[in-house]
Ligand binder design. Structure first.
Ligand code: MN
Length: 254
């Protein structure tokens, strides 16, 4: 099928240092859909096996002419601050165990400077446009909308105890919003009046799920299997999201 040349934007869920899966997914996106613009949902370098490789993959795709950026995840913010503190002379044992591990692997891979630049760019982007969608790491507060949700919430938001995720209450007033941050078994696609209004594309790659891309213009999902669990086959495949209809419970103030 001939594809419109504008159908080229993908949003990829939380990478968490799964460099091999990111490389494979980017290759698949280029091959299957000629993607040229990629927005990552953030949380790039923590938890997973290969933070140095991850910044390397992102930079090599950027250098090859792809428009690759990431919005700021809560863990990107923390890791960047740790790198800043280390550069300012803070001893390693004063840094969180998680960021010590990231730092050690970056040093080993000779990627500290590259990671610093990538994270500096990432933390400057609380939200990012991807085609007709807006990408944030964690979500928005549906009751007050995108513009009034503060940056801290866009980066850190979690449901209150016993509460529902933000997308169950969002009716699409601010257009299509795509997030990561909360791992789900299958991507969430929330539909209102027959059009998608919210997507969560974080399918928990680092925990053995998959790394998923949402093709914004095509409204499709492509995933590669995690290599964090042995025995999984690799290779990109189209997958079906969990489709829901939001039930807004709060009306907008003013
Ligand atoms: Mn997160």
């Amino acid at each position: 099928m001939k594809r419109d040349s504008t159908n080229t934007t993908a949003v990829i869920g939380d990478v968490h240092a799964c460099a091999d899966e990111l490389r494979e997914l980017l290759d698949v996106l280029v091959e299957l859909r000629a993607v040229t613009r990629v927005v990552l949902t953030g949380d790039l370098l923590t938890k997973g096996p290969d933070p140095a490789g991850t910044v390397g993959v992102i930079d090599s795709f950027a250098e090859a002419g792809f428009d690759v950026t990431s919005v700021c995840g809560n863990q990107d913010l923390r890791t960047f601050r740790s790198l800043e503190r280390l550069a300012a002379g803070t001893p390693l044992d004063r840094i969180s165990r998680s960021d010590r591990g990231v730092y050690a692997r970056l040093v080993e891979g000779g990627m500290v400077e590259t990671a610093w630049r990538r994270l500096a760019d990432t933390i400057s982007r609380v939200e990012e446009t991807a085609g007709h969608a807006t990408v944030v790491h964690a979500g928005i507060r549906p009751g007050i909308g995108l513009a009034n949700t503060d940056a801290h919430d866009k980066i850190h938001l979690r449901p209150e105890a016993g509460g529902s995720p933000w997308w169950t209450e969002y009716a699409g007033e601010d257009g299509l919003i795509v997030c990561g941050h909360k791992p789900v078994d299958a991507p969430i696609r929330s539909v209102r009046d027959a059009r998608p209004v919210a997507v969560n594309v974080d399918t928990g790659c680092v925990a053995g799920g998959s790394l998923t891309a949402y093709l914004v213009e095509d409204d499709e999902f492509i995933a590669v299997e995690s290599r964090q669990v042995r025995g999984r086959a690799t290779g990109g495949r189209f997958i079906e999201p969990t489709s829901i209809e939001p039930r807004p419970v709060r009306s907008r103030a003013g």
